[in-house]
Design a protein around this ligand. Structure first.
Ligand code: CA
Length: 224
């Protein structure tokens, strides 16, 4: 479960916040001053941050967290509702701002929305292969592998449905497009599969990733 860091120096409000968030099943870390908030930030998935804090202000906390390149979402909850302060907080790197007194339902909804947005993008892991769909980037043992657009499209078609056999004709339609695919020799698929295997370091006789299904086509092996 996701960990939330609640930074608030008012004990009564802390109690209200923590009971509302606890009901949602979040793990909670508490902090009542700015120095401690910065120290705990790396352990949290999201920070709820009051601005008027003893020691170091909430704005200072935002600045330090962002200077350290920590990307956790920061939701400011503050009685200081002036436009200047709100804009300053957002400029420093806060993600959202609620003015006290706020509705706990709205607070929970915003926490959920921020966490949803900050979740990592889907990836495919197969053995030591990692495909980051958003970046269209492939890594083997953390080393990036340079693939052409066609090689990558071919890999993605196969890797997104592991275990499924793809005929050459279907791959032509998917990767080369049905119109372009119509005039293309099916042996093009074999050539690209060979290129892809070479770049992935895969042996067709003992495949770890890409298997030839005799008489049918190709399939990506299911991750263990
Ligand atoms: Ca305060």
């Amino acid at each position: 479960m996701e960990k939330l860091l609640v930074v608030e120096d008012d004990p009564q409000l802390t109690l209200l916040l923590t009971s509302a968030l606890d009901r949602e099943g979040y793990q909670l870390l508490l902090s009542s001053n700015g120095f401690d908030a910065v120290e705990q930030a790396p352990q949290a998935d999201l920070m709820l941050l009051d601005l008027g804090l003893p020691g170091q202000s909430g704005l200072e906390v935002i600045r330090e967290v962002r200077e350290a390149q920590w990307g956790l979402p920061i939701l400011v909850i503050s009685a200081q509702g002036s436009e200047d302060v709100r804009v300053r907080a957002l400029e420093l790197g806060a993600d959202d701002y609620l003015t006290k007194p706020m509705s706990l339902r709205e607070l929970v909804a915003r926490v959920k929305a921020l966490l949803r947005r900050s979740r990592p993008e889907p990836e495919i892991h197969i053995g030591d292969l990692r495909i980051v769909l958003k970046w269209r980037q492939v890594f083997r043992q953390s080393q990036p592998i340079e693939l052409s657009r066609t090689e990558l499209d071919l890999l993605l078609a196969l890797a997104q449905s592991p275990g499924e056999v793809w005929s050459r004709e279907r791959l032509l339609q998917r990767v080369w497009g049905s119109e372009r695919g119509a005039g293309v020799d099916e042996r093009v698929v074999d050539s690209y599969v060979a290129l892809l295997r070479r770049k992935l370091g895969d042996d067709p006789k003992a495949p770890r990733y890409l298997e030839t299904v005799f008489g049918s086509g190709y399939r990506f092996l299911k991750p263990d």
